[in-house]
Design a protein around this ligand. Sequence first.
Ligand SMILES: [Zn+2]
Length: 109
Amino acid sequence: MVSLFLFFGKKKKNLAQNPFYGEKNSLVVYMKCNKCGEVFRSHLRKGYDFLIDYDNPSVPYKIDKLYVGSKCPNKLHLTASFTASYKVISVSLDGGTFITREEYEQHHK
Ligand SMILES: [Zn+2]
């Protein structure tokens, strides 16, 4: 588990394909507001924050969330779908851009 994480950590992350970072029982995603540049971090807890699509057993997990920052009224709309083992099948973000964990942390030094 640890070595797997280190292995992927060394690779350049393809945010368009998979912006999520696996962390214990969550997926974590980092985003930036397209209007004002405010950065967001969202912990999506497996079993709590994922919607279940019972009609689609091969891609049962969905995310549909809105984020509003404190700096401007722009909304970020995150949608994504996952397999039963939380592999990303599709992902989109309106009003914002995915950023890496490193970019997020640079804003919070
Ligand atoms: Zn904003």
